[in-house]
Write a protein that binds this ligand. Structure first.
Ligand SMILES: [Zn+2]
Length: 385
């Protein structure tokens, strides 16, 4: 039966249903005072649904008694392990249904198979998630934390993801991405001083929050976001120079690639295009150098010291370029130069967080969207944690 203290007295099969008659042989005590001197006041039969045997539904038949406690004078209905008071199903059945739903069987399908309503499946599933979440409560802050934002709903706007980059799991999600929204959460977060490294995109509210609430953490810019920012500004700059060419799909695809990934005929195509706009050749080469510089990782302190002048020179060149987009990029990179330089020392980046965002989007679609952020948070914490 999967429950302790029962003795099965009869098994009967009828109309594809199994009836298990059982007797509880464990100790009985008063739930109010723990007293053992009891007198029987009456009896009734309980018939809770139990975990199915294959495809056959199972019903448990138990005799339950009402007892009077001589010690405290109160009376009570007997409790059974694995069956909560007033429930018409056993905990093993609820757990098995919740686990099946967790594994991807839809509510309606599961409800039809187990002959229960789909709302019941949902309710049992929520209970299951809450139990799992309670087990995880008080989990310590991860040492390497990734922070990123993602879209939650049109009504509530954005949410912030906190990801454990070492353990490859979601630590938490918080509604909002502004300083005010996150402040109250971070104030109460226990174990903040454990966090050593925080990886984030180039967003100033996040940076000031981390500086304030994670005293021992070093901030690392996220490589993916830095490269994306560079690509974005270079494309915008190209659009200003040649609006027609920058909208040509083939050319955009070629300009985005690394030099070593281009085939000879593709190089020839680019060269033919650059012959008309020589400045683009310089810009392309500059971007290649900048990206390869920023893609370096796992460097020692000494090696970093050699990379820093190269980076500062590139920033200086950007700011002196006279092209609005590149000047703006130079300014952003300068404002984040410390976090970007830290990037060379580490390999971790928010790629894991981005991957989880995909999974969270899937969760949202499976649920046809969430109205309640807490339901969403519960599900994300269990299913991505
Ligand atoms: Zn009692």
């Amino acid at each position: 039966m999967g429950l302790p203290g029962y003795q099965i007295t009869a098994i009967e099969e009828k109309d594809g249903r199994v009836k298990l008659s059982a007797r509880y042989t464990g100790p009985i005590a008063c739930p109010h005072c723990g007293g053992k001197r009891l007198r029987s006041k009456g009896r009734r039969t309980r018939r809770p649904r139990h975990e199915s045997w294959g495809l056959r539904h199972t019903i448990l038949e138990l005799e339950s008694r009402k007892w009077l406690c001589h010690q405290c004078g109160r009376s009570f209905w007997q409790r059974f392990p694995g069956i909560l008071p007033r429930k018409r199903s056993t905990e093993p059945l609820r757990r098995s249904v919740a686990v099946k739903h967790f594994d991807g069987i839809s509510r309606s399908r599961l409800g039809r198979r187990e002959a229960i309503g789909s709302a019941t499946v949902e309710r049992w599933f929520q209970d299951f998630l809450r139990l799992r979440a309670a087990e995880r409560r008080g989990a310590p802050c991860p040492r390497v934390l990734g922070i990123d934002e993602h879209f939650f709903s049109r009504r509530h706007g954005y949410a912030t993801t906190l990801c454990d980059l070492r353990g490859h799991k979601i630590f938490d999600v918080v509604l909002g991405r502004s300083q005010a929204a996150l402040e109250s959460y971070l104030k109460k977060l226990p174990g903040k001083e454990r966090v050593r490294v925080v990886c984030m995109d180039l967003s100033s509210p996040y940076r000031s929050l981390v500086r304030k609430y994670f005293p021992n953490a070093r901030i690392v810019a996220d490589r993916f976001h830095v490269i994306r920012l560079i690509n974005h500004h270079f494309l915008a700059c190209w659009r200003e120079i040649d609006p027609v060419g920058a909208r040509h799909r083939g050319l955009v695809s070629l300009m985005r690639r690394h030099r070593h990934k281009l085939k000879p005929e593709q190089v020839a195509r680019l060269e033919a295009y650059w012959a008309r706009f020589p400045v683009l050749r310089q810009i392309y080469a500059f971007k290649q150098r900048l990206c390869s510089l920023l893609l370096k990782k796992h460097r020692t302190r000494k090696q970093c010291a050699r990379l820093i002048p190269r980076f500062l020179k590139a920033v200086h060149q950007l700011r002196q370029s006279g092209l609005a987009q590149l000047v703006q990029l130079g300014e952003t990179l300068e404002a984040w130069s410390l976090e970007i330089a830290t990037m060379w020392r580490f390999t971790r980046n928010n790629g894991i967080t981005e991957g989880f965002h995909n999974k969270m989007e899937l969760l949202q679609r499976q649920a046809y969207g969430f109205r309640n952020f807490n339901n969403y948070r519960l599900r994300v914490r269990i299913m991505c944690g």
